[in-house]
Design a protein around this ligand. Structure first.
Ligand SMILES: C[C@@]1(CC(=O)O)c2cc3[nH]c(cc4nc(cc5[nH]c(cc(n2)[C@H]1CCC(=O)O)[C@@](C)(CC(=O)O)[C@@H]5CCC(=O)O)C(CC(=O)O)=C4CCC(=O)O)c(CCC(=O)O)c3CC(=O)O
Ligand SMILES: NC(=O)C1=CN([C@@H]2O[C@H](COP(=O)(O)OP(=O)(O)OC[C@H]3O[C@@H](n4cnc5c(N)ncnc54)[C@H](O)[C@@H]3O)[C@@H](O)[C@H]2O)C=CC1
Length: 203
């Protein structure tokens, strides 16, 4: 459980998923969403993974994994249904690259939490293997709570902060502004946000 939360960019990074079942497929979809370069290694693959391979979305290698398969891997996900094989891969890689063991949270050096993105907002939760179902449920509660209003609101927070970076206001003034715009009124009213931003432009 000695882990910190990090946001990691996977775009164009070489990622390897070992195993070709439904869990491997779920992880592959997550990686493709992040625009990673994905290789799947598995003697057999489910039809969804085969389809991705035919459409050249991923590279599929239909055999067991060998040492060289990991030489350029930035992140590896061991997701076979053979717990020992997952452990072997994870032990081999954990001191040199990111590796997640889908069958044992404590084996790898990273975990994949339940997460939810909306605009600039990114929320993640892990129960460290206690209850993936609880993590999923918490994520779903957030999905309800953080509705579309938050996209424009957080964009507004971002723009105000960028504007403040350009202006050389005394730090206490900047901090007061950053505090003030956390008021719910700004979340709820686009008009109020617009007026506030215009006022700041003229400061
Ligand atoms: C350690 C971890 C892997 C890691 O490090 O990444 C891990 C491990 C295992 N999961 C198992 C089972 C299930 N996992 C889910 C669902 C999710 N599991 C996810 C994460 C994690 N699962 C990490 C810990 C996160 C944490 O604890 O918070 C989520 C959040 C994210 C994702 O996977 O994308 C995703 C929700 C997706 C979403 O948000 O929508 C469901 C429910 C469902 O599918 O609906 C079930 C069935 C119910 C049950 O068993 O509880 C088993 C037993 C397998 C077996 O018995 O063979 C193991 C192995 C073990 O625990 O040993
Ligand atoms: N992290 C998570 O959210 C979850 C993880 N799991 C774990 O994920 C693992 C996979 O689960 P499923 O996809 O449901 O299994 P599955 O039985 O659908 O698929 C297993 C796949 O692994 C492949 N495989 C078997 N031995 C292999 C080897 N030596 N090298 C490469 N590929 C090999 C098989 O050909 C098959 O494609 C299990 O260990 C399970 O405990 C299960 C549920 C959720």
């Amino acid at each position: 459980m000695n882990m910190i939360s990090l946001l990691v960019e996977l775009k164009d990074r070489h990622c390897v998923v070992v195993g070709g079942g439904k869990i491997a497929y779920r992880k592959v979809m997550m990686l493709l969403e992040e625009e990673a370069k994905v290789t799947v290694i598995s003697p057999k693959a489910c039809s969804e993974i085969e389809e991705l391979s035919k459409g050249e979305k991923i590279k599929l290698i239909q055999r067991k994994a060998v040492e060289e398969d990991f030489s350029h891997a930035f992140l590896t996900i061991a997701a076979t249904n053979e717990v020992e094989e997952n452990r072997r891969i994870t032990q081999r890689l954990k001191s040199i690259s990111l590796v997640n063991d889908a069958s044992a949270y404590e084996e790898g050096n990273c975990q994949i939490p339940a997460s939810f993105k909306k605009g600039r907002l990114h929320l993640s939760v892990s129960t460290n293997g206690a209850s993936p179902k609880l993590a999923k449920r918490m994520k779903e509660v957030w999905q309800e709570k953080y509705d579309d209003n938050y996209i424009a609101y957080i964009d507004f927070l971002y723009e105000v902060r960028n504007l403040l970076k350009q202006k050389s206001l005394p730090p206490e003034v900047s901090h007061a502004i950053l505090e003030e715009i956390l008021d719910n009124a700004y979340k709820d009213s686009g008009e109020l946000r617009h007026i506030y931003y215009e006022k700041l432009l003229n400061l």
